[in-house]
Design a protein around this ligand. Structure first.
Ligand SMILES: [Zn+2]
Ligand SMILES: [Zn+2]
Ligand SMILES: [Zn+2]
Length: 309
């Protein structure tokens, strides 16, 4: 009897085992051990409808359901704003910065200036086409490094914009004669330097960089000059470094600024390095001109024309 019972039990176990192993389980949820929420995983109990086998299953965290957000602080020209989002499921709050910044507008597209419609700040879009087909590389009025921001500095400068000729002169030139002429390096010195060099040129040095600029008649204008060292550097930073201006790669360009009795300053337009070079040497020359717009003389606002490149 005892033997029969053990035998029967063994058979039952084998049958049950075979049955369980061959079951195409069909699990259904039997209850939750832990519900998932926005940030935390959950755990649920599953039970096979056929064989009764039980197992647990992880439920992934649901993630927040952010609303479309509300601006809780408006951004200004100089300070970030704040946008606040709320989770529609759990109520959690998150904030995002709205980046500060000016609202630049180009009213009709003038040569250079962009004006903030909120605070009236101005900045210059260098590389714009100038009035005689060159490239604008400096706006005296937008340069707030000195002087009063609220004033048109061009009144102090005597001009407002600097424009580079669209191309280098086709030849290279020597700088000119030896001697101490009193040429300077600053912004706004280029025209006067050029006059000084030309006026001091001996007959054998008539064919020099400054003279070539004076003789240049690009755009039908005859007011071109050789840039001073600082003006040359503005041309490098605001045009060449921005990929504008058709400059020769890695070429040295003459400035109109003397360095010693027989050397003058020049600048490499591959890396921006400035150095001095013997005045007999031939280097590239890019004429520039300064100008202002007629209506600016009366301090009324500027004429808006031209286009950005
Ligand atoms: Zn089953
Ligand atoms: Zn949530
Ligand atoms: Zn602004």
């Amino acid at each position: 009897m005892k033997k029969l019972f053990l035998f029967s039990f063994l058979i039952l176990c084998l049958v049950h085992g075979a049955f369980a192993a061959s079951c195409n389980h069909s699990f259904i949820t039997d209850g939750y051990i832990k519900e998932a929420d926005c940030e935390n995983f959950g755990l649920r109990r599953l039970k096979c409808q056929i064989c009764g086998e039980m197992k647990n299953e992880v439920i992934r965290a649901l993630g927040h359901l952010w609303d479309s957000g509300t601006v809780t602080k408006n951004e200004t020209c100089t300070e970030n704003g704040i946008k606040t989002f709320k989770c529609t499921r759990c109520g959690k709050i998150k904030i995002e910065a709205i980046p500060s910044g000016h609202k630049w507008e180009t009213k009709g597209g003038n040569y250079t200036a962009l004006i903030c419609s909120v605070c009236g700040s101005r900045k210059t879009g260098y590389g714009a086409k100038g009035p005689v087909g060159g490239y604008i590389f400096y706006d005296c009025d937008a340069d707030n490094t000195s002087g009063n921001k609220d004033r048109l500095r061009s009144v102090e400068c005597g001009w407002r914009y600097l424009e580079a000729a669209p191309e280098d002169l086709p030849e290279t030139y020597a700088w000119g004669d030896d001697g101490s002429f009193g040429t300077k390096t600053g912004i706004g010195e280029g025209r006067n330097n050029t006059n000084i060099i030309v006026n001091n040129a001996s007959n054998k040095r008539k064919d020099n960089a400054a003279m070539a600029c004076v003789m240049y008649a690009g755009g039908g204008y005859s007011d071109w000059f050789l840039p001073s060292l600082d003006e040359l550097n503005l041309m490098y930073e605001n045009l060449k470094e921005k990929g504008v201006g058709n400059f020769h790669q890695d070429a040295w360009y003459w400035s109109g600024s003397e360095n010693s009795n027989n050397n003058a300053w020049y600048q490499n337009f591959g890396n921006g390095r400035q150095n001095n070079n013997n005045r007999n040497n031939n280097n590239y020359v890019r004429p520039v001109r300064d100008f202002r717009l007629a209506c600016e003389l009366s301090l009324s606002f500027m004429i808006w024309e031209g286009s950005f490149v």
